[in-house]
Design a binder for this molecule. Structure first.
Ligand SMILES: *Cc1c(COP(=O)(O)O)cnc(C)c1O
Length: 372
């Protein structure tokens, strides 16, 4: 997929090279679409496409056939709208804040309505304009996060005038445990989804996230909303990841040194060497999205060799132990792998005690971005 770091452009000005493989993202989209057919795959491109750059990623997904794009906030949708062709549909997962309805409607963006209040506000605008406005109706099927309560489905069914002027495209919900196929919550949510949907016969369902795509046909609905799987993240915990990796991160060495036994490394002197060690300081730190929890737990890789992070992660640097490499292998400007063939997103996440989503979405703005 990606070339060896040694043949990448020398990056002498940034904190690292973030390589984003748009071809892999497109291939992941097509693979998910194939698995879902005859249902369709949307793409979740919130948080700047999980920080990979929505302005590059969304058009690449459009070229791969995607026409439905979900973001979290209206602002994200407004920024993306001019970058996508007319026939691309943009949806706002968090719904609209009071007063944002006009801007949303003017831009032709579709809100997810999560409460009766949001339903009323969107319907009022449609009525005032004497037009139909599209929307998704989200139901909370057991996550207690966003969406109408199941009793609201009954209220809407009993008083259809509450939906006046609204063109409900999908009944939607979100799975809380889809990455764990054996978790009983999946079946509970499927049941609750079926009950909510029964109040809206004939309306398509929008249900599965990345993990949901792999839970089987019952979870697919008409339109699925994968996010992390597009970017190479594992959709299901504990099994081999079927998605193609889309991100590689290499960070340059800014200094090497040899220290004796008993040397303190990094802030707080939290790491003390027990023998003579060779160390390298790398140009990225927590301000670049490398979690502080990687201190004395994570690693970098070079030529297949694991090089442990020693001491605390600093804002702009980390220090690794390079004693196991032949002397002189790494020098000022050498690139070492943080995410890549030797260390997946999930590996980094596990070392930091977090999830691949957080590693992705924190990827910093100071890296040189190389889109393939
Ligand atoms: C973020 C999000 C998704 C995408 O989830 P992944 O696990 O990344 O596939 C889908 N639907 C909703 C409502 C979300 O918030």
């Amino acid at each position: 997929m990606f070339g060896d770091p040694s043949d990448r452009p020398v990056v002498d000005a940034a904190s690292g090279v973030l390589t984003i493989d748009l071809g892999a993202i497109a291939a992941n989209y097509r693979a998910l679409q194939q698995r879902l057919a005859p249902a369709r795959a949307a793409a979740v491109v919130k948080a700047d496409a999980y920080s990979l750059g929505a302005a590059r990623v969304a058009p690449a997904l459009y070229r791969a056939g995607c026409r439905d794009f979900f973001v979290a906030h209206l602002r994200e949708a407004l920024e993306l709208r001019p970058l996508l062709a007319e026939d691309a549909r943009l949806y706002v997962l968090n719904g609209l804040q009071p007063g944002a309805e006009e801007r949303c409607a003017d831009a032709g963006i579709v809100p997810v309505l999560n409460s009766l209040e949001q339903v009323a506000n969107w319907s009022a605008l449609a009525t005032a304009r004497g037009t139909q406005l599209p929307a998704l109706l989200q139901f909370d099927t057991g996550m207690s996060r966003l969406g109408l309560a199941p009793v609201d489905a009954d209220a809407l069914a009993a008083e259809p005038e509450r939906l006046a002027g609204l063109n409900i495209l999908y009944v939607m919900s979100h799975l809380a445990s889809a990455d764990e196929p054996d978790n009983a919550q999946n079946a509970e949510q499927l049941d609750a989804m079926a009950r909510a949907a029964a109040a809206f016969p004939g309306i398509d369902l929008c249900f599965a996230n990345s993990g949901g795509v792999f839970l089987g046909e019952a979870f697919r609905g008409t339109l699925a909303r994968p996010g992390v799987a597009l970017y190479g993240g594992a959709p299901t915990a504990g099994v081999p990841n079927p998605m193609a990796p889309a991100v590689r991160l290499d960070v340059p060495v800014v200094q090497t040194r040899t220290v004796p036994a008993g040397a303190k490394v990094g802030y707080g002197g939290a790491h003390v060497t027990t023998s003579e060690r060779r160390l390298a300081t790398l140009a990225a730190g927590y301000a670049d999205g490398l979690p502080r929890h990687l201190g004395d737990r994570g690693a970098a890789f070079y030529a297949g060799m694991r090089l442990p992070i020693v001491g605390r992660v600093s804002m702009d640097s980390i220090t690794i132990d390079i004693t196991d490499l032949p002397d002189g292998t790494l020098k000022l400007g050498s690139l070492v792998e943080i995410i890549g063939p030797n260390q997946t997103l999930e590996d980094v996440a596990a070392a930091a005690g977090t999830i691949s989503y957080e590693i992705l979405t924190r990827l910093g703005r100071r890296y040189h971005r190389d889109y393939r």
